[in-house]
Ligand binder design. Structure first.
Ligand code: PLP
Length: 436
């Protein structure tokens, strides 16, 4: 949106200064321009605000409808025009306003501007779920005859969409081990358009060297995409390392309360605009109420992440010293294979601790069942701690042998740490380990 100011929170990596954000451009396709929110967001001189201040204030007009302090939920499917002249002005882009709910809504715009400020991105586009963001971004970027390289320890549904759905549309996919940069580079073909990875990865918390990954992409003129759901912009801002597009399941830490589904695509205006044009057609938009929940959840983003980082570090250190635990996968531990990379490019190491029990599937189940505080559920990143065995959740229908082929061990437990008190979480887990 030309002329709208956006506050950028400071970066997390070395030399990470606030990106110059100029605001979202006119929406692509279908005449999907949007109305400027009344008032301005934070003044230009306040661009160097901390991430906590940006989480509370960025993207929010100083003056809101009805002089409300909270962001209103604009619960409407369509938007009225005073006369045909206004309609013409809208389509000629002489004014910025909303048009129809499938092209976006004002509550969503606030959440998008807040996230763009947090991520240091030129533009942000929100979706009805993380997978809606990922699938639309991939459809918008790829076409028949093109090729993608994806790293192997990536969210299962993303790999499934690539290898099963996109494959049917004539798009080729190669998988490469996340840590093997030579293999990633070797997999690139003349038709390759994208390198896609996560960092940290789900569930093993593998940390990718983002600068190196981006550099491979630049050298081969291939766009790089990082699903940064596990890290969030509190801990890591991939765009500052040269990554082209960042994806998030906002269902997780960004929403933070396990009460909404949302997804985000962030990056330079022209890249996000291409995705926006397709979203206007395919329609996986964020509902105004979910957008409101996201804005509300983001108010406490910095507080939550600080606490989750600290809780996860404490839990990981406890687990690393426990005789019933074989391995702990947490980038904040000095024993983690990419600890040095994580220290270089992350502010904190996130709230997910994955660990392997000294035992089998049933022994791991006994630990999960023995915990009284974390709830057994898929998902992660919310205020409530959640615990699960990937073998009995995302990979349930596979045999032990099939799971091993995709790297999922029966004794693996994924613990998503919430904002409870660390001593309580540790005492609870200690009791569960002792009983198992
Ligand atoms: N990316 C990662 C790393 C995830 O963990 C998930 C969900 O678990 C997704 C994407 C998909 O997000 P959603 O469930 O919001 O569609």
């Amino acid at each position: 949106m030309a002329g709208r100011d956006r506050t950028s929170a400071p970066g997390t990596g070395p030399g990470a200064g606030p990106a110059a954000c100029t605001g979202a451009g006119p929406t692509g396709g279908a005449g999907a321009a949007h109305e400027a929110a009344p008032g301005t967001t934070l003044p230009p001189q306040s661009r160097h605000l901390g991430i906590g201040t940006a989480a509370v204030h960025a993207g929010e007009p100083r003056r809101k409808p009805g002089n409300a302090l909270a962001t209103p939920i604009m619960q409407t499917a369509t938007y009225t025009f005073a006369d045909t002249r206004e309609l013409r002005d809208h389509f000629e882009r002489r004014i910025e306003r909303e048009e129809y709910g499938r092209y976006g809504n004002p509550t969503q715009r606030v959440a998008e501007e807040k996230l763009a400020a947090l991520e240091g991105a030129g533009d942000c586009l929100l979706f009805s779920s993380g997978m809606a963001a990922i699938t639309t971004a991939l459809f918008a970027t790829l076409s028949r005859g093109t090729h993608v390289v994806v790293t192997d320890d990536s969210y299962r549904r993303t790999r499934q969409f690539l290898t099963q759905t996109l494959h049917r549309y004539g798009i080729e996919v190669s998988a490469a081990p996340a840590g093997n940069y030579e293999a990633i580079e070797d997999a690139i073909r003349p038709t390759t358009r994208l390198l896609l990875s996560e960092s940290p990865t789900n569930p093993y918390n593998y940390v990718l060297d983002l600068e190196r990954f981006a550099e491979i992409g630049r050298r081969h003129r291939v766009k790089t995409i990082i699903d940064a759901t596990f890290a969030t912009p509190f801990n890591q801002r991939p765009l500052e390392f040269g990554i082209d597009l960042v994806l998030h399941s906002a269902t997780k830490y960004l929403g933070g309360h396990n009460d909404l589904l949302a997804g985000a695509v962030l990056g330079a205006e022209e890249l996000v605009d291409a995705v926006r044009a397709l979203q206007a057609v395919t329609g996986a938009v964020l509902d105004p109420f979910a957008a409101y929940l996201l804005v509300r959840g983001l108010k406490t983003f910095a507080l939550r992440l600080e606490r989750q980082n600290a809780n996860a570090q404490a839990l990981a250190e406890f687990l690393a010293a426990h005789p019933r635990v074989r391995t702990v996968h947490y980038p904040g531990l000095p024993t983690h294979p990419q600890h040095a990379i994580a220290r270089r490019q992350m502010r904190g190491f996130g709230g997910v601790v994955s660990f392997e029990i000294d035992g089998d599937l049933d022994a791991a189940s006994r630990v999960v069942d023995g915990c009284q505080i974390p709830r057994i559920a898929p998902s992660l990143g919310g205020v409530e701690s959640l615990i699960e065995q990937p073998a009995l959740m995302s990979y349930y229908e596979l045999t032990t042998e099939e799971r091993l082929l995709v790297g999922i061990k029966d004794n693996l437990i994924r613990y998503s740490v919430g904002i409870e008190d660390a001593p309580d979480l540790i005492a609870d887990l200690a009791a569960a380990l002792d009983q198992a």
